[in-house]
Design a protein around this ligand. Structure first.
Ligand SMILES: C[S@@+](CC[C@H](N)C(=O)[O-])C[C@H]1O[C@@H](n2cnc3c(N)ncnc32)[C@H](O)[C@@H]1O
Length: 226
């Protein structure tokens, strides 16, 4: 990606009839170098650059052959996976419809539904070596509820990763500011050799999102380990 183009700024002319807040939104969109870059490079979301930057820093896509993309819509992360790992099989799931993507199997269903893990496993046709989750719970405006819903998604995604990764595999998930809570962090540390948190430059400074990057999956626990 050509970083130079990120620096060009556009001015938004004030149009009559536009509210101050919609002007601010438009100015942010037009002046957002990632939005322009995504358009120029054919990515469906500016979020694509978060994965590109996480990969630059942690090498998460290195050697990836079977990838699960939780919260795939509109498809930016899967596009990045297919571009950087053209041979990789990708399975994505989202509540929302996603326009077809070459090499990506798309499931439109709730990841929290009982049948979702089996559907993902069937579509993948083998153990995953990378589980990605960019899922964000729809906020209802009640702080504790929003927090619990988001943590619920991350925790379920973590268990899915533990049950479906092959040894050496990696798990990357969007979490809240402050990272994962103590219980989840200890679960991740039990199952992965390294667990780190990062906020990629493409993640807006004002947003509370961070990412947890767990690498070096130690393998599914045997019956004696519970
Ligand atoms: C930030 S977007 C993902 C953007 C994507 N990484 C990209 O680059 O295009 C988060 C997605 O998570 C999805 N999502 C939230 N909860 C979900 C759930 N329970 N099951 C499936 N998808 C969910 C939302 O519908 C939304 O499309």
């Amino acid at each position: 990606m050509t970083r130079g183009t990120r620096d060009v700024h556009k001015r938004v002319r004030t149009a009559r009839g536009r509210t101050a807040s919609s002007n601010r939104w438009l100015a942010r969109q037009l002046n957002d170098p990632y939005v322009r870059q995504a358009k120029a490079e054919g990515y469906r979301s500016r979020a694509a650059y978060k994965l590109i930057e996480l990969d630059e820093k942690f090498g998460i896509l290195k050697g990836a052959r079977r990838v699960v993309d939780l919260g795939v819509a509109p498809g930016g992360w899967s596009q990045v996976v297919r571009k950087l790992r053209p041979g990789a099989a990708v399975v994505g799931i989202d509540l929302l419809p996603t326009e077809p993507l070459e090499g990506v199997t798309l499931l439109q269903m709730d990841f929290m539904a009982d049948e979702a893990p089996a559907a993902l496993r069937d579509a993948l046709g083998g153990p995953a070596d990378l589980v990605l989750s960019d899922m964000a719970a729809n906020t209802v405006g009640h702080k504790q509820t929003d927090h619990l819903r988001t943590m619920g998604l991350v925790e379920t995604a973590t268990w899915f990763a533990i049950e479906n990764l092959e040894p050496g595999g990696a798990f990357v998930a969007k979490v809240l500011a402050g990272g994962t809570d103590a219980a989840l962090l200890s679960l991740l540390k039990t199952h992965f050799r390294t667990v780190k948190h990062a906020k990629p430059p493409a993640s807006r400074k004002g947003s509370s999102e961070w990412y947890v990057i767990a690498q070096g999956f130690k393998g599914t626990p045997g019956p004696q380990e519970g």
